[in-house]
Design a protein around this ligand. Structure first.
Ligand code: ATP
Length: 313
């Protein structure tokens, strides 16, 4: 058997086609029902044997990513080592293309990629069910980054059911904002908005978030027009309250012919569904000319989750 000396894994960003948020629980978390969708905007990580665990980050937003044990990729390494005791030390190199704190779960993606890379590097032999369990312990979006595709997430997003849908490719335009939003702050803003609307009274909001059957049948039909109309995000009003400029971005994309628009997760990235690859190209060019965001990217989905792209021996 040849020893593996370096493993490179590619891992996608996620969008939430639906994000339904229940009330704040006693432990501070919110129950969610979400429809995750993996898109072709990838981080890449490489794992190599080393004398001590470490991480180096380059690329988009690298200066805002911790290069120590707080990095989610190293937390994933520690969680995997707990299951594979005695596994050797490892150095992780991350090349970021997924913007940081943008509502695209880039940190979770790197954690998922680290699990896949180290399982291969260490010849750990763990299958996807075991990796999914470890992923759920590392963070709520990590399991989905392993799975990819389109999937319904429940609980904190870690209990996943793949969505059965035709092999339609959707064409997205992502508008990256000049600024970031912290996920806990967006949830806190949602709690405040809901408390104000309910005027302190309980019971005005569903205790249990529910899956949008309209979105699921749109996905089963493979009709991008129907999917565009069914996109929804309970966190959007909260994100807009903290980042009002996003209203202009969303409105511009819709005026320019997007089939649907929404804030991705906790934001501030805005995502637009286009009718075709050509329409996405036009929309991306017009949006970037409209001066309503920092930069624009195109991506298609669904794409598979974290996968080994090379293993050097
Ligand atoms: P969420 O998954 O909560 O929606 P997000 O997609 O908005 O988050 P991330 O890019 O995952 O945002 O970053 C969230 C925070 O995690 C950042 O403040 C960042 O410092 C920290 N972080 C830790 N490790 C990483 C990593 N490998 N890549 C990006 N951010 C990381």
């Amino acid at each position: 058997m040849k020893i593996v000396t370096a493993v490179t894994v590619r891992v996608p960003a996620k969008l939430n086609l639906q994000l339904a948020v229940g009330p704040r629980r006693a432990d501070g978390y919110h129950d969610l029902v979400t429809v995750f969708h993996a898109v072709s905007l990838f981080d890449e990580i490489t794992a190599k044997p080393a004398s001590r665990d470490g991480v180096a980050v380059s690329g988009e937003g690298a200066d805002r990513v911790p290069a120590d044990r707080d990095n989610l990729a190293l937390r994933a390494v520690a969680a995997l080592r707990a299951v594979l005791p005695g596994a050797p030390k490892v150095h992780i190199t991350i090349t970021k293309r997924i913007p940081v704190a943008a509502g695209l779960a880039g940190g979770s993606a790197d954690a998922a990629a680290a699990l896949v890379a180290c399982n291969e590097l260490w010849d750990g032999g763990l299958g996807q069910p075991q990796l999914l369990e470890i992923a759920a312990r590392v963070g709520s979006d990590v399991a989905f980054a392993l799975l990819g595709g389109t999937a319904v997430g429940r609980g904190r997003g870690e209990r996943l059911t793949p969505a059965l849908a035709p092999a339609t490719q959707y064409h997205w335009v992502l508008a990256f904002a000049d600024g970031q939003l912290s996920t806990p702050e967006v949830y806190a803003a949602l709690d405040r908005l809901r408390a104000a609307r309910a005027d302190g009274a309980a019971g005005l909001f569903p205790a249990v978030p529910t899956l949008d059957t309209g979105l699921m049948s749109a996905l089963r039909s493979g009709d991008a027009r129907l999917v565009g109309r069914a996109l929804s995000n309970d966190l959007q009003p909260a994100a807009l309250s903290l980042f009002p400029a996003l209203r202009k971005t969303l409105a511009a994309g819709l005026e320019l012919g997007a089939l649907g628009a929404l804030v991705s997760g906790s934001g501030p990235t805005c995502v637009f569904l286009a009718a075709s690859a050509d329409r996405a190209l036009d929309l991306a060019a017009s949006l970037s000319g409209a001066g309503v965001c920092r930069s624009v990217a195109r991506a298609s989905g669904p794409v598979p989750g974290a996968a080994v792209v090379s293993a050097a021996r």
